[in-house]
Design a binder for this molecule. Structure first.
Ligand code: PLP
Length: 420
């Protein structure tokens, strides 16, 4: 049995499940995403243990990483899914997940998406406005199909995370204002072909101060208790995702603390719970391998120019996100301060600024850590750059899960119309 996650062997070289990262880079080329199924399973099992004393289901937030093999693996482990587009729904179905385990979240479900999901027997819609409810009700009545509806509540809580991934404040587009929830929940009971299934919250991502979860969940439970006392059925509370993970790989997500909150609030509460973890199940299981193209030195700075770019990993420039970056081969003692940048013609195309890092040469490999979530999934073909290959490591073997995209594949998506 090999260690779980990425580790250094006796020579100081980076490995995964007994396979040298250098050999994977040689086999598949770079840039290359590598995922450790062992770590994904470990995180899933820990999450499962965290909630096993309450009645609950895990719906993996597919937006974190929608690779078909990733979805399929989490489905095999027992997860349902949380999706935000009909494209993600179709990916889940293609990956073998039952539609009866899929929750449709998101503020902008289009009518054709609602219709497709209903016709294909989706478990539930988490809705974010009264307007959306009216659209679902019209479509469900026309199709004579019942829609299970949960109201996503906006608890007006700012969970001290990056503003672009904070979703619980009033000013954001997410959820239904607290004061309107009761009246809309009552309306659910009056509409034909609408089945009320409960209330939900998701206050944001990368949350470390769990008091914010506590407050949001407590408010949600109090609201649900009040509705129950008034005679309404509230079977389920959806608690969203958001557990923070450490991008410096210093410690594991704090599932213990999360468990305390869940047990404190919900043990024997009579609510069925749904959880939508994304990042905490997969972020640490991913790594992006990139080759050094060359060093460039100016009067002001050292630049390490690598063959991955912001089209492969946009988090540093989009969220000011930190990713640990290290050499794949034994770390040398000579260190420099450098910007680690890609070839794209944008100043924002960087992975790290003013970072202390081992001195490297052309063709050396660097590992950008913790890129399992919100990384490859945000890929683009900007600068006509192709997607990175993705590989999953399972039982000490490597499996290619994303094909090598050829530039001709990018070109073939277009029509050439010659205008004169
Ligand atoms: C509705 C909803 N649920 C779950 C998640 C997953 O959050 P995380 O990856 O932080 O666990 C998100 C992420 O933004 C979300 O919008």
């Amino acid at each position: 049995m090999h260690k779980i996650g990425f580790y250094r062997d006796g020579n100081g070289d980076l490995n995964i499940q007994g396979i040298k990262i250098t050999s994977l880079a040689e086999k598949y080329g770079t840039p290359l995403f590598i995922y450790d199924a062992g770590l994904m399973k470990e995180r899933y099992n820990t999450f499962f243990d965290t909630i096993k004393e309450v009645q609950g289901n895990i719906h993996y937030a597919v937006k974190a990483n929608d690779a078909l093999s990733v979805i399929s693996y989490f489905a095999k482990l027992g997860c349902g899914a949380d999706i935000v587009s009909i494209g993600e729904f179709e990916k889940c179905i293609a990956a073998g997940m039952s539609p009866q385990k899929i929750i449709f979240s998101g503020v902008g479900k289009d009518n054709h998406e609602i219709e497709f999901a209903l016709k294909n027997n989706i478990l539930q819609f988490n809705i974010e406005s009264e307007e959306e409810l009216n659209d679902i009700s019209t479509i469900a009545s026309r199709l004579k199909l019942t829609a299970n509806v949960c109201l996503r509540v906006n608890p007006d809580i700012a969970p001290k995370t990056h503003k672009k991934i904070s979703t619980g404040e009033k000013e954001t587009k997410f959820g239904i204002d607290f004061q309107n929830v009761k009246s809309i929940y009552k309306k659910l009971h009056q509409l034909d072909f609408i089945n009320p299934v409960g209330l939900g919250v998701h206050i944001g991502s990368q949350i470390f101060d769990f008091n914010f979860f506590y407050r949001a969940y407590l408010n949600l439970k109090n609201l649900a208790d009040e509705l129950r006392l008034s005679g309404y059925t509230v079977p389920t509370l959806d608690l969203g995702g958001g557990i923070g993970i450490n991008y410096d790989n210093s410690s594991e997500p704090d599932f213990n603390n999360y468990k305390k909150i869940i047990l404190n609030l919900f043990k024997e509460s009579g609510y069925h719970l749904s959880f939508e973890p994304g990042r905490s199940l997969i972020a640490e299981a991913g790594i992006l391998i990139t080759k050094v193209i060359r060093n460039k030195k100016t009067k002001e700075k050292n630049f390490i120019i690598v063959d991955a770019a912001m089209n492969n990993l946009i988090r540093p420039t989009l969220y000011d996100a930190y990713h640990k970056i290290e050499t794949v081969k034994k770390i040398s003692n000579t260190e420099i301060i450098a910007d680690i940048v890609g070839p794209i013609c944008e100043t924002g195309d960087f992975f790290a600024l003013d970072r202390k890092i081992s001195k490297v040469n052309s063709n050396d490999l660097l590992a950008i850590r913790t890129t399992g979530a919100y990384s490859s999934v945000m890929r683009s073909n900007y600068n006509a750059r192709k997607d990175a290959i993705e590989v999953m490591i399972y039982n000490e073997n490597d499996f290619q899960i994303r094909k090598d995209e050829a530039i001709k594949d990018i070109i073939s998506k277009e029509e050439i119309i010659v205008f004169d």
